[in-house]
Design a protein around this ligand. Structure first.
Ligand SMILES: [Zn+2]
Length: 107
């Protein structure tokens, strides 16, 4: 089973990746829209896809931030809902999860 330090390194690496991705998406969204009506339609569709990807990334960033806070205050790996220990296997798959598998299934 991974140590908390290993989880922390993993979460920080993922956070860096996501932050980078959100920055790239924001840059793309800020680009001026083309004057050509046909290109405008294509660009707006692209922007919508990027917006969705950005939202998913921002949600994940928030979860990782919260997980890093829990590592800092020693509550990482404990379910935020019922206080049970979250299994190492589950943390391998979802290192940022605040819930045990039972609570995650019930929420
Ligand atoms: Zn729980």
């Amino acid at each position: 089973m991974a140590t908390v330090e290993e989880r922390k390194a993993e979460l920080e690496a993922r956070l860096g990746e996501l932050t980078h991705r959100v920055d790239a998406i924001e840059d793309a969204l800020e680009r001026p829209v083309s004057e050509e009506p046909e290109e405008q339609a294509i660009e707006m569709e692209d922007d919508e896809v990027r917006g969705d990807l950005g939202e998913a990334a921002v949600r994940e960033i928030r979860m990782i931030d919260a997980a890093l806070d829990r590592i800092a205050n020693g509550s990482y790996g404990v379910c935020s809902n019922c206080g049970a220990t979250i299994s190492g296997q589950r943390l391998d798959t979802l290192p940022a999860t605040p819930f045990c598998s039972e609570c995650a299934a019930g929420i």
